[in-house]
Design a protein around this ligand. Structure first.
Ligand code: 8YV
Length: 322
């Protein structure tokens, strides 16, 4: 029987998958920071105990926590986005950062389409109509056809490509805007987001979050999308100027929106809740049993690979190199 001590990990907060927490507890010596009565005092006293951190794209990891962990060598994050992780702070110390790309593309693209279909055809709104009993006295108004329309993708990474594949089944025309044209895509490239918004019936956001894309979709982009256009966001709340979006929706300057992400999660502005031309989901694009399990396996795999070889299996681009 091996007597090698199990690596000691700090889990920043409770993870969305209890099965992953159970696996982590079985395979590592793990402590959850948010369970501590005084997390700051705990970090000051015990920070030097930990060589690894487990977090998620939503929980993130702040510089002050990294700074409080002098022996930290590896971070394993549940999720593909890394805008909430302080990558410069980790890179400065050559800390390996693992994440979970690839396995969630299909589910995120599926939910983008679910939101797109729902808000266009009024699925949730007509469900409310039936439940209220309104069908006995009124007709649900005709909604907007999806098939054959124009879909403008903002961001042409792996998730953008999965959305484009789904659009072809609806015989939609697809164009995209990205920092630069993608070598992986032969679809029409728009170097101006405003032009893409003007062209599109649906603007679907799959771009990474962070300072570079903050409020990329502003009042002018919403104006360009126009009163027959729909906005779908499965990227990050920060990509959209939410106040401008609420105004545009309330004044019907755009037709509707399907939103999985918000600027200040989990709080959703009351003004959005009051609108019937929006469909809201609680940041659940990757939340299927199958995908969350695959993400959990990558979180574990990244940690085991690091402790066995010194390198995580799936590093955040640009991290962990000497
Ligand atoms: C998750 C996400 O909901 O992968 C991402 O970037 O935002 C989502 O898949 C999140 O990581 C769960 O906390």
């Amino acid at each position: 029987m091996s007597t090698t001590p199990r690596p000691r990990l700090l889990q920043i907060a409770r993870l969305p998958l209890p099965a992953l927490e159970a696996d982590l507890a079985a395979q590592f010596d793990i402590v959850c920071l948010s369970d501590q009565p005084d997390p700051a005092a705990f970090l000051a006293e015990r920070g030097a105990d930990f060589t690894g951190v487990v977090t998620s794209a939503s929980i993130g990891l702040k510089r002050e926590v990294i700074d409080a962990l002098p022996r930290l060598q590896v971070i394993s994050s549940f999720g593909v986005g890394f805008d909430a992780l302080d990558i410069p702070a980790a890179s400065a110390r050559r800390i390996q950062v693992g994440y979970t790309p690839g396995v969630l593309n299909d589910c995120v693209a599926d939910l983008a389409f679910a939101l797109l279909l729902d808000v266009s055809r009024g699925v949730s709104a007509s469900d409310r109509f039936v439940r209220r009993g309104d069908w006995t006295t009124a007709r649900f108004a005709p909604q907007t056809r999806v098939s054959g329309k124009r879909l403008g993708l903002v961001g042409m990474g792996r998730i953008g490509q999965a959305v484009a594949e789904r659009a072809s089944g609806f015989r939609m025309e697809v164009g995209y805007h990205n920092r630069r044209p993608s070598a992986q895509s032969a679809l029409p490239y728009f170097d101006s987001l405003l032009e893409l918004a003007r062209w599109a019936d649906y603007l679907v956001l799959t771009v990474a979050g962070g300072a570079e894309t903050r409020h990329l979709v502003d009042r002018a982009v919403l104006e360009a999308l126009g009163p027959r256009g729909f906005l779908i966001n499965v990227a990050r709340g920060s990509v959209v100027d939410e106040a401008a979006l609420i105004e545009a929706l309330a004044e019907r300057r755009i037709a509707g929106a399907g939103l999985d992400v918000f600027e200040n999660e989990p709080s959703v502005p009351a003004a959005l809740l009051a609108l019937d031309n929006v469909v809201l989901t609680p940041h659940t694009a990757s939340a299927t049993h199958e995908t969350r399990r695959a993400m959990a396996d990558m979180v574990l795999d990244n940690l085991h690979a690091f402790y066995a070889t010194g390198a995580v299996r799936a590093p955040v681009p640009g991290t962990g190199t000497a």
